[in-house]
Design a binder for this molecule. Structure first.
Ligand code: ZN
Length: 212
C-alpha cells in the first residue's frame, strides 16, 4: 500500500455516537488528521501506553483517494476521486481526549499517536459500493455485536464530506478519509478479538485484529 500523506478523520458524523459522548450535533463536519506514522497493520494488533488511561475502538468506513481532490464543490464529482474502501479503527485515548477537551487543547495526543490507526485491506469501490448512502458494516468483539454502521445515518453524506474536506485540505492520491463512527464505542480490554465486516455487493469482507 502506498503510504498516505495524511489520514483525514471526521468526528461526530453519526448523531447517535455524538449523543453517546454527550456532544452536540455539529453544524459542519468536525475534522482532524492522523499522520501516516499512526498507521499499524491488522496483524500487529492494538497496543497503547496504559498509563494514559482507556483506549476506545471506533470502527469506521474508510476511503482511499485515488485522484487528487482540491476545492471541489460538487459532491458527485468528489465521490469520483475515491478508488477503494475498507474498514478502519480510529483508536482513541478517551481519558486523554476528555482531559484535552476540558482544557480546550487539540486532540492529537489522544487521536494521532503511533498505532492509533488500523486499516484493513482495500476493496475496489465497484466491488463494495452500489449506493454511497447504503453501505453497511459491523464490528464484533469476541463475537458480540458492538457497532453497526449504515451510511444512510450519516449527518453529512460522503459526497458532501469529501467536498467539504477538499475546501480545507487538498486530498492527494493515496490519502485516506475515515468517515466517523456509529454508536457503541467502548474501552478495549487486553486479549479481545475484533472482527470487522463490510457488506460488499456480492460478498462480505471480514477482517480480524486483536488487543495485545
Ligand atoms: Zn472516529
Amino acid at each position: 500500500m502506498t503510504r498516505p500523506s495524511k489520514i483525514v478523520c471526521v468526528g461526530r458524523s453519526y448523531a447517535d455516537h455524538a449523543r453517546e459522548l454527550g456532544n452536540a450535533i455539529p453544524d459542519r463536519p468536525v475534522l482532524f488528521i492522523k499522520p501516516p506514522s499512526a498507521l499499524t497493520a491488522l496483524d500487529d494488533g492494538i497496543a497503547w501506553n496504559a498509563a494514559l488511561g482507556s483506549c476506545h475502538y471506533e470502527c469506521e468506513l474508510s476511503l482511499r483517494i485515488d485522484r487528487p481532490l482540491k476545492a471541489e464543490t460538487d459532491p458527485l464529482k468528489a465521490l469520483q476521486a475515491v478508488g477503494a474502501v475498507t474498514l478502519g479503527l480510529d483508536l482513541t485515548l478517551r481519558d486523554q481526549q476528555d482531559d484535552l477537551k476540558k482544557k480546550g487543547q487539540p486532540w492529537e495526543r489522544a487521536k494521532a499517536f503511533d498505532g492509533s490507526c488500523i486499516l484493513a485491506d482495500w476493496v475496489d469501490v465497484q466491488d463494495a459500493v452500489s449506493d454511497w448512502n447504503d453501505v453497511h458494516y459491523t464490528l464484533q468483539i469476541n463475537e458480540e455485536l458492538r457497532q453497526k454502521g449504515d451510511t444512510s445515518h450519516l449527518i453529512f453524506d460522503i459526497g458532501y464530506l469529501l467536498a467539504d474536506i477538499s475546501q480545507v485540505f487538498t486530498l492527494e492520491a493515496g490519502d485516506v478519509v475515515m468517515t466517523g463512527t456509529p454508536a457503541g464505542v467502548a474501552a478495549l480490554q487486553s486479549g479481545e478479538q475484533l472482527k470487522m465486516t463490510l457488506k460488499g455487493k456480492t460478498q462480505d469482507y471480514v477482517w480480524m485484529t486483536f488487543v495485545k
